[in-house]
Design a protein around this ligand. Structure first.
Ligand SMILES: Nc1nc2c(c(=O)[nH]1)N[C@H]1C(S)=C(S)[C@@H](COP(=O)(O)OP(=O)(O)OC[C@H]3O[C@@H](n4cnc5c(=O)[nH]c(N)nc54)[C@H](O)[C@@H]3O)O[C@H]1N2
Ligand SMILES: Nc1nc2c(c(=O)[nH]1)N[C@H]1C(S)=C(S)[C@@H](COP(=O)(O)OP(=O)(O)OC[C@H]3O[C@@H](n4cnc5c(=O)[nH]c(N)nc54)[C@H](O)[C@@H]3O)O[C@H]1N2
Ligand code: SF4
Ligand SMILES: [Mo]
Length: 892
């Protein structure tokens, strides 16, 4: 496809598993200007996009892109880098065998990249030491699905969420993490107000905006709740025995376990920390509502008993026959854009390919198909164990692709240590400086979104194309290409001759249909209909849902409608679930439970969303949500700094005191890294305990303590160029439109404000004009630097966190020349121009600030979210800020 001249290219969003279709218009190839809008006829989003998708165009520039291959920090040719990778792998394998090498992959790779990586490692190198960040994400769901259905199948689709009369959202902050699915549910509820939504989450999140019932469940106790539900259904005679008899097995032991562990509502309420009436309402609604869906995500999966929680949920749907039909079923919301594609190619260490396993007949079949006699014979190491093997030197070479384990794995300092000790760490990334890349011996530049070309699968099994809009930046190349080049260099000439993503895709499609005829339906994943499509057909591939059997033209919107599962007797299985509590025990030393997760406008380790100024304004710093009682107990005030420590590591975050958080629990975002903060990485604190079946870490619960961080001073700096802030106890770097902003705090007194500030702000920049205001006795200092009358930087220091608003200062960087009045107001720390004092961004899509919204509500006497939208546009694109708009209305 000639990306350069094509206008209006259809592609798929880079971020979450909703898989929204995007229509992109390339305005200017040279300056990489692209216009993004939602694809109006894409079945996942029908034209909608959330703040992150909307801001994709802001992430396509050169900032922090990895442009060339690097070996030991030196730029080298691709040839030489690939030779090095192949040689190092071969040397390790020669001496220590294939299990001494590993790949660590990602649900953000395209299916084509993933397929080749898996084929190379499992098929040809002959080890299954290939795991992926999906281990931290969906692996408990995979186990749950396979145990219940015989396959890793998500039965339903997004329409089911709209058609349901009861939508249970458990362990899912849908409003922020799957915003377009949330908007779809919200719109459906508006049309049918009788539709009920239940949110189950220890924190009262933005998702509660649409909740008819909110259950602040005690962390980790969901299996008690769903066991209790099963038991209740059976007591009230609401079990579908006919369905159970014809299509399932295991109900007897499942109900026995449920009765024994969560017998009645009183017990359930006690175990789950809920009120009896709340539990009774949920149970009653579920019992009476045929069209019920149970949607879940990381609050269920990321647990030392995540797999069991998944089966506790599925049990309730099987016992009522509420699965495979419109508006009902269990629904695992996948996280990453290609979490599902990764599972299809067998990216996890205990899968093979095309939904096959390490069973003798599967191994034999795949080996024949690939012509790979050396194929791995057993499952490999799962992520946490894999990095432990790196730490212990059992794995001597690891290739990390599309993920940032130095941040996102539990006990992340141990992971960093493992990488620093490992002789060969290869990192493929589109971004140059990441916490993981710091440990790389070999860095390989990957294509970024907008350059990549291939397929991804969303939460509802829908395969869509990601298409290239722009030429690769620098020497970036596709991940599949680098993998094939290494494979060929290692002597596997036959299997890795792919010239395009199309060639890989059709092989993948052929494998899915290999000895898997539509009549036998041995495996759920089957897209054999596409195994001989032409490059043009591949280019034009329209979104469809698998399976898509040979000779068929439309995909499958829903599975299991016929009650036929993929187990040997075609029956689904209910499992006896004995619920267990999170593994880390709270103690006197570590009395609080640390929960972690996501915020609305950032994506994971912020390597890309952190580049988009408009996404950095809603929440600019790592924070810690803490209940008022807990904050009072440690003498912490709103916006002051907290140090959180576990027995593994520690971090600093800004206190957000809120009663949306329960006493005894803290919440921190997973996003901040060592690139963007001195101490905002949360990975080092996380307990590396995992689920025994899935190997998924318990990222939602670690025993910790919290203390006030006694800062000697607080401050912030704006600068047009990046600054050297190492050595300052607390710093956070925030990308703005014309500047970088640093939030700062120090534990040691600053001897000479003026000297210190000049060193920080002026080093390496000549010909500055410098103005300052100083009140040393009050601990206050302000300064500004100019070149030719233009503001180049400014700095504010105070003894506490009561510092001026940042938004109006940001606006000064847009001006060519500051007036005397501006300068005065700057040094006084008081905005003259109130209109520029917009406040913290609430609506990221239109960049509308809190002060602006407050003032407009007051001046125009607005009384609804719609009215705010009419005046300011806020809330009219993705709608994710509507709960905050409502809160501002309520406050006035
Ligand atoms: N904005 C944004 N969206 C994203 C991502 C992102 O980085 N940013 N990442 C994507 C990815 S990869 C994923 S996996 C998804 C994750 O999507 P979600 O799972 O929705 O996101 P999280 O914030 O990790 O966790 C969800 C909720 O689980 C709750 N929780 C914690 N413990 C428990 C518990 O014991 N029981 C229950 N019922 N709930 C609990 C947390 O309080 C939290 O509110 O998001 C995807 N979408
Ligand atoms: N405590 C705690 N830990 C967690 C979680 C949690 O909720 N709490 N969530 C877990 C979950 S669900 C997930 S999914 C993980 C996510 O954690 P990670 O996967 O570590 O986070 P990302 O920032 O998404 O890392 C993706 C990397 O790939 C790069 N990249 C993007 N596209 C490409 C590409 O096409 N090719 C290549 N080679 N590189 C690319 C990006 O620049 C980035 O550096 O974190 C997990 N860790
Ligand atoms: S919901 Fe947002 S992040 Fe997710 S795919 Fe759609 S636009 Fe992208
Ligand atoms: Mo994820």
């Amino acid at each position: 496809m000639s990306a350069q001249c094509a206008s209006n290219i259809h592609t798929t969003c880079a971020y979450c598993g909703v898989g929204c279709g995007i229509t992109a218009e390339v305005v200017d190839v040279d300056t990489r200007q692209v216009k993004i809008k939602g694809q109006s006829d894409h079945p996942a989003n029908f034209g909608r996009l959330c703040s992150k998708g909307t801001a994709l165009a802001e992430t396509l520039g050169a900032e922090n892109r990895l442009l060339h291959p690097l070996v030991d920090g030196q730029q080298v040719s691709w040839e030489s880098a690939l030779d090095q990778v192949a040689q190092r792998f071969m040397a390790v394998i020669d001496e220590h065998g294939p299990d001494a090498v590993a790949f660590y992959l990602s649900g953000q790779l395209l299916t084509e990249d993933y397929y080749v990586a898996n084929k190379l490692m499992k098929g040809f190198i002959g080890t299954a030491n290939v795991d992926t960040n999906s281990r931290l994400c969906m692996s408990s769901s995979v186990v749950g699905h396979k145990r219940a259905f015989g396959t890793d199948t998500v039965p339903g689709n997004y329409e089911d969420l709209e058609q349901a009369d009861l939508v249970i959202l458990t362990g899912s902050n849908t409003a922020w993490c799957h915003p377009i699915v949330f908007q779809r549910i919200k719109a459906a509820k508006k049309l049918r107000p009788e539709m009920k939504v239940v949110v189950i989450d220890p924190r009262r999140t933005a998702t509660c905006e649409i909740a008819d019932l909110y259950l602040p469940v005690k962390p980790g106790t969901d299996a008690f709740l769903f066991n209790g539900l099963l038991s209740y259904l059976s007591r009230l005679g609401s079990i579908d025995y006919e369905y159970l008899e014809r299509h399932t097995e295991g109900f007897g032991s499942a109900i026995k376990a449920a009765n024994e562990t969560a017998g009645d509502i009183v017990t359930v309420a006690l175990k789950c920390g809920l009120k009896e009436a709340e539990v009774a309402t949920l149970f009653d609604w579920f019992r009476r509502t045929e069209k019920s869906v149970s949607v879940y995500s990381q609050g269920i999966n990321q647990s030392s008993s995540g797999s069991d929680k998944v089966n506790a949920i599925i049990n309730c749907h099987l016992a009522t026959g509420r699965i495979g039909k419109p508006g009902m079923g269990p629904f695992s919301l996948t996280g990453q854009p290609n979490a599902m594609g990764g599972r299809e190619v067998g990216g996890l260490a205990n899968q093979l390919a095309a939904h096959m396993d390490f069973e003798p007949e599967d191994i034999e079949r795949v080996s024949r198909f690939w012509n790979a006699p050396n194929i791995a014979q057993k499952a490999g190491l799962k992520a946490v164990d894999l990095f432990e093997a790196v730490a212990e030197g059992r794995i001597k070479a690891v290739w990390i692709m599309g993920t940032n384990p130095a941040v996102s794995l539990p006990n992340a300092n141990r992971v960093a240590q493992a990488l620093s000790r490992c002789a060969t760490v290869i990192v493929s990334d589109c971004i140059h400086h990441t916490d993981t890349a710091e440990y790389a011996n070999i860095l390989l530049p990957a294509l970024g979104w907008g350059e990549k070309d291939g397929t991804v699968t969303n939460s509802e099994r829908r395969i869509s194309r990601q298409r290239a809009l722009l030429p690769p930046m620098g020497e970036a190349r596709p991940d599949w290409w680098a993998l094939c080049e290494v494979g060929r260099r290692m002597g596997y000439k036959e299997g890795f001759n792919f010239q395009s993503s199309h060639e890989i895709f059709i092989e993948h499609a052929a494998l899915s249909g290999f000895e898997n005829s539509p009549d036998d339906r041995l495996r759920d994943f089957n897209i054999a209909a596409l195994s001989d499509i032409s490059p043009q057909q591949y280019d034009q591939l329209q979104p469809f849902q698998w399976p898509l059997y040979k000779q068929e033209t439309t995909g499958t919107s829903r599975l299991f409608a016929d009650g036929q599962y993929f187990t040997s007797n075609r029956k689904a299985r209910l499992l006896p679930i004995i619920p267990s509590l999170p593994k880390g025990e709270l103690s006197e030393e570590y009395p609080l439970s640390l929960n972690t997760g996501r915020i609305r406008d950032q994506w994971h380790t912020m390597t890309r969303t952190g580049l988009a100024p408009q996404l950095n304004q809603h929440i600019a710093e790592p924070f810690c949500e803490i209940h008022p009682d807990d904050a009072a107990a440690i003498n912490v005030e709103q916006d002051s700094l907290i140090r959180i420590s576990s027995s593994y590591g520690k971090m600093l975050a800004r206190a957000q005191i809120t009663d949306t958080q329960q006493p005894g629990q803290l919440f921190v975002p997973m996003h901040w890294t060592g690139q963007l903060s001195s101490a905002g990485r949360m990975g080092p604190l996380i307990n590396p305990v995992t689920d025994p079946f899935s190997g998924q870490p318990e990222s939602k619960h670690t025993p910790v303590k919290a203390e006030a961080f006694a800062a000697n001073w607080h401050g912030f700096v704006f600068s047009r160029k990046p600054l050297e802030v190492e050595g300052i106890a607390y710093w956070v770097k925030i990308r703005g439109r014309q500047f970088y902003r640093y939030e700062l705090a120090g534990d040691a007194a600053i001897e000479n404000f003026s000297h210190w500030s000049r060193k920080l702000l002026l080093s390496g920049v000549p010909h500055e004009e410098w103005q300052e205001y100083s009140d040393p006795s009050a601990g206050k200092y302000r300064a500004a630097a100019f070149v030719d009358g233009k503001l180049t930087g400014c700095l504010f220091i105070a003894p506490d966190s009561q510092l001026p608003e940042r938004s109006w200062l940001a606006s000064m960087f847009d001006a060519e020349n500051l007036t005397d009045k501006d300068r005065l107001s700057l040094l006084a720390g008081i905005p003259m121009n109130q209109a520029a004092n917009t406040g913290k961004t609430v609506c990221a899509c239109f960049g509308v600030g809190e002060n602006t919204i407050r003032n407009t509500i007051q001046q125009q006497q607005l009384n609804s979210v719609e009215a705010i939208g009419k005046c300011l546009n806020a809330g009219t694109n993705c709608g994710s800020c509507i709960p905050e708009l409502q809160a501002l209305l309520d406050a006035q």
